[in-house]
Design a protein around this ligand. Structure first.
Ligand SMILES: C[S@@+](CC[C@H](N)C(=O)[O-])C[C@H]1O[C@@H](n2cnc3c(N)ncnc32)[C@H](O)[C@@H]1O
Length: 204
């Protein structure tokens, strides 16, 4: 895993890369519908009431279900195209959410969140930025808030998607700050053929 201080790309280049992926239809991660893990976590009461952040929301198939389940949702993505589509879909459905085009490594919310649904935004970020992102996630959650994390398993170096191996994740989300569950992770099949590992982690 890279360390703070490693060089990462200028942020405008990063945004352009994601815009190009959407423009060229290279969106192999997109399920076209909400992830089954969201439904399971909603049904089993793992997603607290209140304010929920979805960073790197993409086309945001999960956002409508979260809003319909009564959560106050903020959805953030660096790319304008999925953000525009999501805002239009919510509008059509008469649903309300805060939809923001922003870089999660620059953006700051006005108020903390009760939960963050982290579905493969981390694996989209250059690992040189992971420590910064972890600090931000911790700062955005209220104490006792819940991080619903889906860690992408690629088993290879390079990316995106970057491999979020469990040893790296346990180092990044330090147990001194994050209370990891005792239960085994959920294995969630990804449209690319890869697997996400789902954890419900509590910010101490
Ligand atoms: C692998 S896709 C996942 C999208 C969505 N969560 C899903 O599972 O369908 C990663 C998303 O993160 C967004 N992204 C990448 N870097 C970002 C950044 N620095 N800030 C905000 N969004 C970012 C991309 O535009 C893309 O939509």
């Amino acid at each position: 895993m890279n360390r703070p201080g490693d060089v990462s790309k200028p942020r405008t280049d990063v945004r352009e890369e994601w815009e190009a992926r959407y423009r060229d239809g290279k969106v192999g991660w997109d399920r076209g519908e909400p992830s089954p893990v969201l439904t399971r976590w909603l049904e089993t009461g793992r997603i607290p009431e209140g304010r929920v952040l979805v960073p790197g929301c993409g086309n945001g198939h999960e956002i409508t279900d979260l809003v319909m389940a009564g959560r106050q949702v903020t959805a953030v993505d660096i790319a304008s195209q999925p953000i525009g589509r999501l805002a239009a879909r919510l509008n059509q459905l008469g649903l309300a959410a805060q939809v923001v085009q922003a870089d999660v490594l620059r953006w700051q919310p006005a108020e903390p969140f009760d939960a963050i649904y982290e579905q493969t935004c981390l694996c989209a970020l250059d690992p040189a930025n992971w420590f910064d992102y972890e600090q931000r996630l911790a700062g955005w959650l209220r104490p006792g808030g819940i991080l619903l994390a889906l860690f992408m398993q690629t088993g290879v170096s390079g990316g995106p998607p970057y491999d979020c191996s469990l040893p790296d994740m346990r180092r990044l989300f330090d147990p001194a700050r994050w209370q990891w569950p005792d239960e085994a992770p959920l294995e969630v099949p990804h449209p690319t053929g890869l697997t996400e590992l789902g954890f419900v982690i509590r910010r101490r």
